[in-house]
Design a protein around this ligand. Structure first.
Ligand code: FE2
Ligand code: FE2
Length: 327
């Protein structure tokens, strides 16, 4: 979204006269409360009407220009000089200050290179602290909609989903490593393809920096969860999958309920609606997996060692989710 320096109306690049573009443009993160407050202060200064202000959390991709993507624009302040040159960080601040008459002296003073480097170091330190209230924005955005970082508890949920789907793929890899029964191999091959598509869906929602740091452990645990019962035959594998998917169904259900419990304003956000739809789709597949596994293990519920193993699988899944919320 752009505030026109001429009349304050919202315009798009296609609508804006050429002359309007020959002015400095600030690209700021309007979804960060600290950044937006600071920008609001600059917007009240004399001369601010000669600057174009673009809120990168709410603008369309076209409004950023070909040389700036949303992820980069959300990560740090950018400014386009009147000659079209793009600068960022400390240099963007000094450029902005020079564009505001009351601040011009400070902008000129701090644009001296060694001072600018120190200012850049301070700005990077601020960005590091900023992560505590403004985590990296989720890269998947429906075309033309607002890019808003998801709340931390939802990112934590997605971290558990990502770890879980990673483990799920490995479960079937473990099964296929030992299983020789054609029906079981077909079951594992089909399910693995579904889990890979789940993993891809979740990856689209979760920035690499937000993923679990224990993925090698989840991969190994998943592989063993599939491989060990595969050594004992199809019934053990089906009972294991039933136990895993019973837990996963509950886990997705809890997340959907958490999204439902968010205010109606949040629920109407395209990002939340899309995430909810993704989770429900995954949950539907997991329920189908659970039911197919239940049919595969036969009429009799697991007893003895197999029952203890299934309990351990459920307990391990719950424990892994708890750890994943933090690591
Ligand atoms: Fe899955
Ligand atoms: Fe599954």
């Amino acid at each position: 979204m752009i505030s026109s320096p001429v009349n304050g109306l919202q315009t798009t690049p296609a609508q804006a006269p050429i002359s309007e573009w020959a002015c400095p443009t600030v690209y700021f993160d309007g979804a960060c409360p600290v950044c937006s407050r600071e920008i609001a202060m600059y917007q009240r200064q004399p001369g601010a009407d000669q600057v174009r202000w673009v809120d990168v959390a709410r603008c369309s991709a076209d409004e950023l220009g070909a040389d700036l993507n949303r992820e980069a624009a959300l990560a740090r302040l950018h400014m386009r000089r009147a000659d079209g040159q793009l600068v960022s960080g400390a240099e963007a601040f000094t450029t902005l200050w020079q564009a505001l008459p009351r601040w011009a002296w400070l902008g000129r003073l701090l644009s001296f290179r060694p001072v600018l480097w120190m200012l850049e170091a301070a700005y990077r330190a601020f960005l590091w602290v900023r992560q505590t209230w403004r985590p990296a924005a989720i890269p998947l955005q429906p075309q033309g909609t607002t890019a808003v970082a998801l709340p931390k508890p939802i990112v934590a949920d997605l971290r558990t989903d990502h770890a879980g789907e990673t483990g799920a793929v490995c479960i079937y890899q473990g099964v296929l490593h030992f299983a020789r029964d054609p029906a079981l191999r077909d079951f594992a091959t089909r399910h693995m393809a579904t889990e890979q598509s789940h993993l891809k869906s979740v990856e689209a929602w979760l920035a690499p920096a937000d993923r679990s740091r224990l993925l090698p452990l989840w991969r190994l645990s998943g592989w063993l969860t599939g491989a060990l019962p595969a050594l004992f035959g199809p019934r053990a594998v089906y009972a294991t999958i039933e136990a895993v998917e019973t837990f996963v169904d509950q886990h997705y259900e809890e997340q959907v309920q958490r999204l439902n419990a968010m205010g109606s304003t949040a629920q109407t956000q395209p990002q939340i609606k899309n995430l909810r739809a993704t989770l429900i789709e995954c949950q539907g597949d997991e329920v189908a997996h659970r039911d197919e596994a239940a049919r595969g293990r036969g009429q009799h519920a697991p007893t003895g060692l197999l029952r203890a193993w299934c309990w351990l699988v459920g307990f391990g899944s719950r424990a892994a989710v708890r750890v994943c919320r933090y690591v």
